[in-house]
Design a protein around this ligand. Sequence first.
Ligand code: PLP
Length: 472
Amino acid sequence: MSQQNVASLPAWAIAGHIEPQRGHLAIDGVDAVELARQHDTPLFVFSEPRIRENIDRLKRAAQRTGHPVHFCYASKANSLMAILGVVRDAGLDIEVNSGGELYKALRAGFRPDQIVFNGTSKTEDEINQAVGAGIYAINVDSLYEIELVLKAARTLGSRARIALRLVPEVETRSHPGLQTALLTSKFGISAAEIEAAFSRALAHPELVHLCGIHIHVGSQTPDVEPFTRAFEVIWRHLVAIHRATGHAIEHINLGGGFPVTYLRDRAQAEMLPAHEREMFEADLDPAKLIDEVLRVARHEAQRTQAEHLLDRLTLLFEPGRSIIADAGVLLTTVRNIKHRPETGDTWLLTDAGFNLLLSMSTYHWYYHLISAARADAPHDAPYKVAGPLCDSGDVYFDVERQGRLPDYRLLPRDVRPGELLALLNAGAYTVAQMFPYNGRPLPAIVMVRDDGRSALVRRRDSYEDLLANEIW
Ligand SMILES: *Cc1c(COP(=O)(O)O)cnc(C)c1O
């Protein structure tokens, strides 16, 4: 733990985890400059204590309610084995969305009854694996997929647990690319087919047990309302099914989407359009969200005279980003510099491009950039910053000039090649999406453990690894 006075920390810091120490950035007390010296850059560094803290915050919020509330970590946010290990050890369940993630979850030691399987294009093999393993719920995405599950259960002679994924038609203020709940989105069963889906799901109780209903409103959702409205939609169906058939749904799954405060440091906030700013500065307390959902739940249960159905109901959430984003930092070195008197700009060229931070390019996602070597120096000098890829889109600003990222990044004066920088809140949807574009080996990853020691949890790829599986 840091000895520093919290009030003196920079706005981007997370006290005790991500903060300046003796001028350098430190992750749980481990010097980032020293880590970069040992492991080279680009280098991802994760804080195990911060992951546990993020999980504990959720578990405390759930416990306070006295109602069964469970969390399935959305492994697509980051399915590094070391991270799955921490998540499992901290007591969360898991959400997967492919046979590969199912495999990793089982290898990481999750029990089948801790696993929820989402996805729009599950293959018969994947469905067989899920049914064979006996997972908690396969979230079926279409009427057609119900038939696939029935077929798998019949073939394997076992009984599958399914939940229906519905289109909630709930709009959020998140990025349009992240809105998964609208009818224009590819996810879920739409209103027109819901009745048929319930009827098929209940047609063969010996093969398929309909245990839940699922809605995921979208990632980085800054408000409570989309969640409560999704609950209301699901509740309506749950009561209707019970009235019509006597079947009691065991769980309501409200998906993930708990937001992360990417604009902890607001120095560049005004450079973003209001809509983006509101999303990136979102600070939604999970306790408030869960309390509010349960308040609406009790109200709905009373209104529909179905309190007995609520008493037996488990509430599930599938948070990914909010568990892992702020526990990860991407360290990058300035490898080149150019001054352009024509525009008055200084350009810094780093070794971390969109091969490591895909959403900086696809969603123009904002990752706060600091100097890890001069972490407590004033960050007031503007630079154009870009990554190493031979691709004009590999820049830290919005190349289409729609103003979705700041044009300049603020760093200390006089940054030179060799200076270590850090992109913060870089733990979610980064490692999970990295690729070796431009012949760039995938980076090493370090985790600072609970005992304060740093451990390599992924080796840097070698050039040999670039050829893996190629035949020539
Ligand atoms: C992506 C996804 C999640 C996780 O979303 P976060 O924003 O990372 O919390 C949860 N559930 C489903 C179905 C998803 O597609």
